[in-house]
Ligand binder design. Structure first.
Ligand SMILES: [Zn+2]
Length: 300
């Protein structure tokens, strides 16, 4: 969908929002804030994507200004989708009340949102948490970023599906081959999850291995950052408990005992709602920041 480009997508989003306002009979109310999460690196100061790998046409596109053409009196804020989901987790999800948390989204890519002292940590340029391109295996498969053996190229959805397909085509898994053929010659990560629940040895091994890769990277993050909780979300988390237990094992094996003493590693309980809840809170935080800046300016 995002490949259709910003004009078509933002137009669709804004007209859907207008319909919602109309249907809810909210036309007389003032819409104070809009929070938006987008799947790519965001320069937060201007609310634009910078060279997003999967979103042609979105590079530096003025998202805020475009949305404000529809809603001129509304404050609009744009952030990376994983940051927004991390925020959702500390407000309404598994991470409620946790001050320092890492939210990891594992889907077509792998990214992390970092919560530091209950706020999103964005880093100097807005791209903190881009853990998908941390090197796991120098001789590993080529990643779309041009490097070899990135975490994403080994453990994201497409990598899980590809490793499983290779094994199936080598005759090692009739169950996976059956999924491949019934889907019209496509194998998806969720098929690997289903095959694992049927006890398929290849699927179980691929999931265990992927969990280890993810856990090895997270172990480094735990040593570096000492979070109180890691929340795993995104489509691949549907692979189930084997993935989670492999991640936990790797983290426990490779992190400092003090860093893991109280560490919880859990699946998201709110799933994709994390994005919606996070966006609401992002919009509210933005409005309060603008108001307090205004108050300070008046006081000066
Ligand atoms: Zn990469």
């Amino acid at each position: 969908l995002v490949k259709e480009g910003p004009i078509s997508i933002l137009g669709r989003v804004c007209s859907l929002l207008e319909n919602l306002i109309h249907e809810g009979d909210l036309s007389s109310k003032k819409l104070n804030g809009i929070g938006i999460g987008v799947p790519g690196p965001v320069d937060f100061s201007v609310g634009s994507l910078v060279s997003p790998p999967i979103m042609p046409g979105w590079d530096r596109y003025p998202i805020i200004q475009t949305v404000q053409q529809w809603f001129p009196t509304t404050n609009v804020v744009v952030d990376n989708d994983v940051n927004v989901m991390a925020l959702g987790e500390i407000y309404q999800g598994a991470g409620k009340g946790v001050d320092n948390l890492i939210y990891v989204k594992i889907g077509t890519g792998i990214g992390a949102g970092i919560i530091c002292e209950s706020k999103i940590y964005r880093g100097s340029n807005g791209c903190a948490g881009d853990i998908g391109h941390i090197s796991v295996d120098k001789n590993g498969p080529l990643c779309h970023c041009g490097n070899k053996g990135c975490l994403e190229a080994l453990a994201a959805g497409p990598a899980i599906a590809l490793r499983s397909l290779n094994a199936a085509q080598a005759g090692k898994s009739p169950i996976l081959m059956k999924y491949y053929e019934t889907n019209g010659n496509v194998l998806r990560a969720e098929d690997v999850g289903n095959a694992s629940r049927e006890g398929d040895a290849v699927a179980l091994e691929v999931i265990r291995e992927s969990g280890q890769f993810i856990g090895d990277v997270l172990a480094g993050l735990v040593n570096f950052y000492n979070p109180g909780m890691i929340v795993i979300g995104g489509g691949v988390s549907n692979l189930g408990d084997l993935l989670l237990s492999s991640i936990r094992q790797s983290v426990l094996r490779r992190s400092l005992p003090l860093a893991t003493r109280d560490l919880l590693i859990v699946f998201s309980e709110i799933g994709t709602d994390a994005g919606v809840i996070g966006a609401i809170n992002l919009a509210m935080d933005n409005i309060f920041t603008l108001l307090s800046n205004r108050v300070e300016a008046v006081a000066d």
